[in-house]
Design a binder for this molecule. Structure first.
Ligand code: URA
Length: 304
């Protein structure tokens, strides 16, 4: 790795400032004054002002976030945090993006700042797959509106992939990460979310992990994340697919309104490519429903 990256990983300073230290001749690698293009391995001896440094091991974990746990480092109400759940790793990890306290599912945590920044940046279009258990039975038009983009107070949402997993369970694949985005999207088409679960993030799922458990990502998985690779072949953006796959999150049957049939299961083609314009339907106001989703969201929080 480049010496400036090594210094940044060791927590000395940013890469840019590391270049200044290197240019000033304050860094030695294996006894020799280093240059800006010097490459280092973990086994090399790196001295800054004659003091030895060791690069911190980079760790990224995948947590199956349970409900009732907040994604911030500290909670003003004293609730447990995702950072608490991964403490046993022994190094301080921070979440990549956030999930609401009542949302369950895939959450990555890392001490690799550049990786976190990259994944959190909307331009990388990381696939985030959510299973939304909603009130009522969304119509095919509702699904199409979600796929095309719905008008929220902070702007129209980008195209999504939308699949019906059951009468009142919708899978949405989105790339954006606005505050309470999926809840607000579903509210905009008149279906409040009762329960929200993120089943995949950047192609990674929860296989083998119970709620509250986590695992360290392998080198290959981290490499794939770095390259922005997305395993699998996602459907075209903005498409609606009607399937009968089971949701991966356990259902809570008594709280979900069931209807007599699966509307549109035969009338919709397998995939509809929408126009790029937003949904023609005006947004509907939220209906009253169970707690867990307020009515307004603040724009600007990155990477959900
Ligand atoms: N969208 C939401 O509404 N909530 C989450 O926790 C994640 C995405």
């Amino acid at each position: 790795m480049r010496l400036n990256a090594y210094l940044a990983r060791a927590g000395v300073c940013s890469r840019r400032n590391a270049d200044l230290l290197i240019a000033a001749g304050r860094v030695r690698v294996n006894g020799a004054v280093a240059g800006l293009v010097t490459q280092v391995e973990d086994a090399d001896t790196v001295l800054l002002d004659d003091k030895p440094l060791a690069a911190e091991t980079l760790i990224t974990v995948l947590l199956h976030k349970p409900a009732g746990v907040v994604s911030t480092a500290k909670d003003t109400h004293g609730r447990p945090t995702v950072v608490d759940l991964v403490k046993t790793v022994g190094v301080r990890l921070v979440p990549i993006g956030r999930l609401d306290a009542d949302t369950t599912g895939v959450l990555l945590l890392t001490n690799d700042g550049p990786l976190a920044n990259r994944l959190a940046h909307p331009s990388y279009e990381i696939d985030k797959v959510y299973e939304a258990f909603v009130r009522g039975i969304p119509s095919d038009d509702d699904l199409l509106a979600l796929a095309r983009g719905v008008e929220l107070e902070d702007g129209v949402t980008g195209p999504a992939q939308v699949r019906r997993l059951a009468r009142s369970v919708v899978e949405l694949t989105i790339h954006e990460g606005r505050n309470r985005q999926v809840k607000r999207m579903c509210e905009a088409v008149g279906h409040r979310i009762i329960r929200l679960h993120r089943s995949r993030y950047a192609g990674l799922d929860l296989a083998g992990l119970e709620a509250g458990q986590f695992r360290r990502l392998s080198k290959n998985e981290v490499e794939r994340l770095r390259e922005g690779a997305k395993p699998g072949t996602p459907a075209a953006k903005g498409s609606v697919v009607v399937t009968r796959e089971r949701p991966t999150a356990p259902r809570r049957p008594p709280r979900i309104e069931e209807g007599p049939s699966v509307p549109g299961a035969t009338s919709l083609p397998g995939s509809l490519a929408p126009s790029t314009s937003p949904a023609p339907k005006p947004p509907r106001g939220p209906r009253s429903g169970p707690a867990g989703s307020g009515t307004s969201g603040r724009p600007g929080r990155p990477s959900r």
